[in-house]
Design a protein around this ligand. Structure first.
Ligand SMILES: C[S@@+](CC[C@H](N)C(=O)[O-])C[C@H]1O[C@@H](n2cnc3c(N)ncnc32)[C@H](O)[C@@H]1O
Length: 269
């Protein structure tokens, strides 16, 4: 028997730093009795879930889906129909390369309502952490979020001609393993090899590492530094501005009141 009041909250957890969780997301999380969460949700955010709530981990590493998407969809419906307050918690924003809209469609098809609680997507959170704008007057007239993920055995199916635009900032999600192909295709369509480019690993977390180079040398730098996933790739003239801005993160007090000094941003020319 369906519970007509059943509802699933599709909630974005942000890119990693627990302080980048929205107030609305935290409020919803506190009232959840079931939380279905992904691999990219940080431990600090999971620690905010009420102790009595049921936590269900559903994946997903790139080629190792813990639970197939169809099963996740069905699980959300079952939980909601049982009368639970369900939070579907995802890294970043659920509607940006997060399959949040697929889950919303499935819920709708099965008569279960949903509410969307947006999160800070990796591009916004990470560019702020680097002191790097995504657009800047005179350097970039727009920004494109692009998938760098290809189906197994098939190359990336992207419109490289339209992407190779010096006025546009490109942010590649899931592009780590295809970075050489991405760089080669953009350069083949005329984007200069010296276009500034950055790769950021585990952005906004305590383990954040990044390298800044050019479109021509970034694939090699990433291999040399052995940057672990998740990695975000940013290509465009705005990347160069990060090094010119006098951006500083001030010392801050941690949860125990101790003064913490932010790590130096490592840069690779
Ligand atoms: C499946 S997509 C999920 C994106 C997420 N919904 C968002 O809005 O940020 C996963 C990709 O997002 C990027 N990503 C997410 N969080 C990241 C982080 N903390 N550091 C670096 N890249 C991240 C990586 O490119 C990763 O492969």
């Amino acid at each position: 028997m369906k519970n007509s009041a059943s509802k699933v909250y599709l909630v974005g957890a942000g890119p990693g730093d627990p302080e980048l969780l929205t107030v609305k997301a935290l409020n919803v999380l506190k009232k959840a009795d079931v939380v279905v969460y992904d691999r990219l949700v940080s431990q600090e955010i999971l620690d905010m879930i009420e102790p009595g709530a049921t936590r269900i981990y559903v994946g997903k590493a790139a080629s190792n889906h813990h639970l197939p998407q169809e099963d996740i969809n069905a699980l959300l419906v079952t939980m909601a129909e049982s009368g639970h307050t369900v939070v579907r918690l995802k890294g970043g924003d659920p509607f940006i390369f997060g399959r949040g809209s697929e889950e919303a469609e499935y819920l709708t098809d099965h008569g279960v309502g949903f509410e969307m609680v947006p999160g800070i997507t990796a591009a916004s959170g990470i560019s702020a952490a680097l002191g790097m704008p995504l657009t800047h007057r005179g350097l970039s007239t727009g920004v494109r979020f692009v998938t760098g993920h290809a189906q197994a055995g098939v190359g990336l199916d992207l419109n490289w001609k339209s992407l190779a635009d010096e006025q546009t900032t490109l942010v590649f999600y899931m592009g780590l393993s295809n970075l050489p192909e991405i760089a080669t295709n953009l350069m083949a369509e005329g984007l200069p090899a010296d276009t500034p480019a950055a790769a950021i690993s585990k952005g906004t977390s305590d383990d954040q590492r990044q390298c800044i180079g050019t479109l021509g040398n970034l694939p090699e730098l990433v291999v040399d530094l052995d940057l672990p996933a998740p990695v975000l790739i940013v290509v465009g003239r705005v990347v160069g501005i990060a090094e010119t801005l006098n951006w500083q993160e001030l010392p801050y007090e941690d949860a125990n009141g101790a003064l913490q000094f932010p790590k130096e941003v490592e840069r690779t020319a």
